[in-house]
Design a protein around this ligand. Structure first.
Ligand code: SF4
Length: 489
């Protein structure tokens, strides 16, 4: 027996985590297999658990919800045989910070409810900012909650609605909900997709053979050979059936959209299309802006793989400094290893990343990363690069300092744990022990996502609360727990 230390997925602990990916399909044979593939393409949005619900005219609703990767849970014939039908929805998730380690299978979506007019299942990406208040009210009025998830409120609100069909009940329910939500839902015959009035989280529509698909990102349409039709618009509900096709509704008061700008920086896959723009080219443009704003004399531009790669390429192109892979990622990192001796420094990071020693020795290196959250990984990477003989290390970060938590469906540490919440840029540089540290400005980021004039401070075009501290939806539950807005500091 070794008395070494356990390490489990250490590298990713220093990243913000998207909490969910959602997918739905109607009008195709073997809808569950399509859904499994779509969820596999969305696995980067949530790796803790996944679930699929289907409906079959004779066999009714069936569901499978499990912990772990889609590829491990939804590929064997026996499981997929339990999920017959031409209509399905699915969900992948991370746990929220509060429930980490204690998630029960009953918290895994999609959630199902049986109503007088038939059953319905829903899967939610985002976070309901008034969920605690709603839950208290619903419990007082007799609702019996099955899970600790904020998303379950939607089912209970639907149960209390007096409307005569499920899409109308969903409208009633979602009008009571505050915060960020992209939802896919299904009845016995219909696939439903909704985005909140600000459109904080993404949702797209695709055409697959004679059927239709909804997905968090276009990369999930590509994997099933679906054609991207359009984004579901902020504040829009689409009700899709084999008989009537796509019918659009506008259940909410119109608002100015505030899409999550961090989807462009990090969450979405680089091969997805967001707001008519390739995520990859947006990230390259971020790198170019960063090179203009924060130039430095150096020998090589290297990405922190994988998410820093397109921005590093952009930085290299703009600056004329050669781009190279100074850090190599091990794609096959196991989940846990036992550290054989105490002396292996930074083993957690080494499991996933290794320095290309021959390349970096004696060089001045610019390292490009997408974000700095706690800074723990950045420090370790810097040490590894210096150990390998680099002369200088300059960090360039493809997002502004992350100084505020996200309350709209992204797992963020508490404010005190965010490096940028407690330190100035120079203090962060000294803490990380690098020769220089620069972040892209908020205006620079807006320019890179296509806003030529930068951020409009009187009417920001995106949600950027984790950088600016300006929350487009008041985080009601958090305020009741003592969270202080910027204006109150
Ligand atoms: S707070 Fe940040 S991560 Fe959260 S929705 Fe807004 S921009 Fe996205």
């Amino acid at each position: 027996m070794s008395d070494g230390h356990w390490h489990s997925t250490p590298f990713d602990d220093d990243k913000l985590k998207e909490e969910c990916g959602i997918f739905g399909v109607v009008g195709v044979a073997e809808a569950a297999n399509f859904t499994a593939l779509g969820l596999h393409a969305l696995q980067h949005r949530g790796q803790e658990a996944g679930g699929i619900v289907v409906h079959h005219p004779e066999q009714g609703f069936n569901s499978v919800r499990r912990f772990g990767y889609v590829r491990d849970n939804f590929t064997d014939q026996d499981t997929m045989d339990m999920l017959p039908g031409s209509l399905a929805i699915g969900h992948v998730r991370y746990s929220t910070s509060g429930s980490k380690g204690a998630t029960a299978i009953r918290d895994v979506q999609p959630f199902f409810g049986e109503f007088a007019m038939g059953g319905a299942a829903i899967a939610h990406n985002g976070n309901i900012t008034n969920a605690e208040a709603l839950r208290r009210e619903l419990i007082e009025r007799g609702s019996i909650f099955q899970s600790s998830s904020d998303s379950e409120c939607i089912i209970h609100l639907m149960a209390r609605s007096l409307q005569r069909n499920i899409p109308e009940r969903m409208k009633d329910a979602l009008r009571r909900v505050e915060g960020a939500f992209s939802v896919v839902a299904m009845t016995r015959t219909k696939l439903i997709g909704v985005r909140d009035p600000l459109g904080v989280r993404p949702l797209v529509l695709g055409r697959v053979a004679d059927g239709w698909a909804l997905a968090s990102e276009t990369c999930a349409l590509d994997i099933i050979g679906a054609e991207f039709v359009r984004e579901i618009e902020p504040g829009e509900m689409v009700v899709i059936s084999e008989a009537e096709g796509v019918v659009s509704h506008r259940p909410f008061e119109a608002k100015r959209p505030r899409f999550c700008i961090f989807e462009h920086v990090y969450f979405s896959r680089p091969d997805s299309i967001l707001g008519g723009r390739s995520v990859y080219s947006t990230r390259e443009a971020i790198g170019r802006e960063l090179a203009k704003e924060a130039p430095v004399d150096a020998d090589l531009v290297c990405p922190v793989p994988d998410s820093g790669t397109p921005a590093a390429i952009g930085y290299g192109l703009e600056s004329g400094i050669p781009y190279a892979m100074g850090i190599i990622r091990n794609q096959y990192m196991g989940r846990t290893f036992i550290e054989p001796t105490e002396s292996i420094r930074n083993m957690g990071v080494r499991l996933k990343l290794n320095v290309n020693r021959a390349l970096v020795r004696g060089k001045r290196i610019i390292l490009v990363d997408d974000s700095v959250v706690r800074g723990t990984t950045s420090r370790k990477i810097k040490e590894m690069i210096l150990d390998a003989g680099a002369k200088e290390v300059h960090f360039r970060i493809a997002s502004p300092p992350t100084a505020w938590p996200c309350f709209y469906g992204v797992d963020t540490p508490q404010r005190e744990k965010l490096l940028a919440a407690t330190m100035s840029e120079e203090e962060m540089r000294a803490h990380l022990g690098v020769d220089s540290l620069r972040f892209i400005s908020l205006d620079g980021l807006y320019r890179a996502v296509g806003e030529a004039q930068g951020r409009d401070p009187s009417a920001p075009q995106y949600c950027d609360a984790c950088f600016s501290g300006e929350y487009p939806v008041e985080p009601m539950d958090q305020l009741q727990r003592g969270f202080r807005l910027k204006a109150a500091e």
